[in-house]
Each structure stands twice: as C-alpha cells, then as structure tokens.
Ligand binder design. Structure first.
Ligand SMILES: Cc1cc2nc3c(=O)[nH]c(=O)nc-3n(C[C@H](O)[C@H](O)[C@H](O)COP(=O)(O)OP(=O)(O)OC[C@H]3O[C@@H](n4cnc5c(N)ncnc54)[C@H](O)[C@@H]3O)c2cc1C
Ligand code: FES
Length: 256
C-alpha cells in the first residue's frame, strides 16, 4: 500500500486545541469505523515519521480529528485549505459490528477517542440503530465533535470539573446503562485507564466490549514492531495490524 496525495479541502476548529481536517484526492477515501490512516504534510524532512489518526468520515472526502499535542499535530493543525496531505490507509482492524443489537449499544468516548466512535455512530444510524453515546472529558472545552453526535445518538456528557453535563467519570452513566441493558454491545476508545475501567464495568455486567487502542506507532503497517503490546495472555500483539480494535477481554482479561 502506498501513500496517496490529497489536498485539504476544509479545516475547522471544533474545540480548543483541536482541528478537523477534511481532505480529498483522485480516489475516494475508504475505511471502516476503528480503522486509521497514517498522515504527513508536505513539510520537508522533519518530522520524518507520519502520525496515526482514526478515520471520522470516508467517501469522496475523508476527515480526521487532530488534537494538538506535539510536533506533528502542531504542524497538521496549522495547515491550510489547499495544502498537500499524504495519506496511507485505511489501516488496521476496525470494530466488528454485531449482527444482533437487541440488547442495546453503548459508545463510550474519552478525548480524541471520540473520532472513531462518531464514525461508528454514523454507520449504526445508517442501519437504523440509535446507540447511547457516553462522552467524557476533563472540561466542557474538550468536547470536539459533540455537535455531530446528538442527532444520531442519545448523548450523555460527563466532565471531571462539572462544567458541562454530569460531573464525574464516564463509567458512571455506563454502569447505570448496563444495569438495565446487561447484554449490550459496548464500544470504547480513549485513554488506556478509561478503556480498562470501561472493559471492567462491561465484563462485570456480562456485556461484550470492544476497545480501540491509540498506542504510539511509526509505520502503521506491521513493519517496525514499535506498537507491540502484551495482551492478557502474555502474547505480543501489534496494535497497527492486530488492532487497533480488540475484544476487551483479549487485552484486559476477564478478571476485575
Ligand atoms: C490508531 C491510532 C489512532 C489515533 N487517532 C487519533 C485521532 O483520531 N486524533 C488524534 O488527535 N490523535 C490520534 N492518535 C494519536 C496521534 O497519533 C498522536 O497524538 C500523534 O502521533 C502525536 O504526534 P505529535 O508529533 O504531535 O506528538 P509528539 O511530539 O510525537 O509527542 C507529543 C506528546 O504526545 C505523546 N504521544 C505521542 N503519540 C501518542 C499516542 N499515540 N497516544 C498518546 N500519546 C502520544 C508523546 O509521548 C508526547 O508526550 C491516534 C493514534 C493511534 C495509534
Ligand atoms: S506501527 Fe510499525 S509495526 Fe505497528
């Protein structure tokens, strides 16, 4: 698979320190929820490595959400409409959509983990499924993409400082949801500590949970071995090719 050349068609600033980049090239952008792309601007030799981003939208235009945390994301966030963007993907294994969703579906997001879950929410909406979307952040300023969620999901926001929505952690509304929907399918993406807590709460309730990991990666294609993690069985797994979406029990096991 090769990088393909695209141009930025639109840039938006949906929240403090975040940018949505839309891009298109001479072929449609393909992919499934949970898959990602490696992205690099035409900014010369440094930084040489591309950066990984979950797909938010595919089609004639692709979209990614960028949180500005360092060198590469800073450069991406300062790009402009018309600038060249090199894109490799779609990469990795996305979420596996359940054939049976009668027990309910919960999407649980933290931080930029919202990106693949907004894509998944759209796919579920296309199938006539309206999940609950539990979206946790530190403050009300850290909720990019929230406007894309409300129309297609039952949205509950939690913030640690209580500035928007319910004060506390996103696992609190998940526990309430699972009390009445113990056989739900849970999909989650966010910081690892949050994923571990979501996995524990889900497994305790008897629900199936899939988690998408965001481990740092260099090649995105299984070559560099830089994204290796140890799974619950003590085996090495490569997040870029075995994941980034996994059954939570594969990574965190079944024990609370
Ligand atoms: C499969 C996958 C999907 C991702 N999806 C998104 C997304 O949709 N939106 C988004 O904004 N980011 C996403 N990321 C994270 C993104 O790739 C990193 O934030 C980015 O590579 C940081 O590059 P940088 O040059 O700006 O930061 P650097 O200057 O390289 O690092 C800045 C700081 O960020 C930390 N860091 C770097 N990479 C990661 C990472 N992967 N996870 C946590 N901390 C990191 C570094 O340790 C350092 O503290 C994803 C990562 C993966 C692997
Ligand atoms: S990022 Fe290179 S092997 Fe996974």
């Amino acid at each position: 698979m090769d990088y393909f050349k695209t141009r930025i068609t639109r840039m938006e600033i949906p929240a403090r320190d975040h940018a949505i980049l839309r891009f298109s090239g001479d072929r449609p952008v393909d992919g499934e929820p949970g898959q990602f792309v490696m992205v690099r601007g035409n900014w010369g030799a440094h930084p040489i490595l591309p950066r990984a981003f979950s797909l938010v939208e595919v089609g004639k235009e692709g979209a990614i959400l960028v949180r500005n945390v360092g060198e590469g994301t800073n450069l991406l966030a300062s790009m402009e409409q018309g600038d060249e963007l090199l894109v490799l993907g779609p990469l990795g294994r996305g979420f596996s959509l359940p054939s049976e969703t009668g027990g309910g579906v919960a999407l649980v997001a933290g931080g930029v983990g919202v990106a693949p879950l907004v894509f998944l929410a759209q796919r579920l909406a296309d199938k006539g499924i309206k999940p609950v979307f539990l979206y946790g952040a530190r403050t009300g300023d850290d909720l990019p993409l929230r406007d894309q969620i409300g129309g297609i999901c039952d949205l509950t926001i939690t913030t640690e400082d209580g500035s928007v929505g319910e004060k506390g952690l996103v696992t609190a509304p998940l526990e309430r949801f699972l009390q009445t929907n113990p056989t739900a399918s849970v999909f989650s993406c966010g910081p690892e500590a949050m994923l571990e807590a979501v996995a524990r709460v889900s497994v305790e309730a008897g629900a199936r949970c899939q988690v998408a990991l965001e481990s740092p990666m260099a090649c995105g294609m299984g070559t560099c071995k830089g994204c290796a993690i140890l799974d619950a069985a003590g085996e090495y797994r490569y997040v870029c090719t075995d994941g980034p979406a996994f059954e939570s029990v594969e990574i965190f096991g079944r024990e609370p």
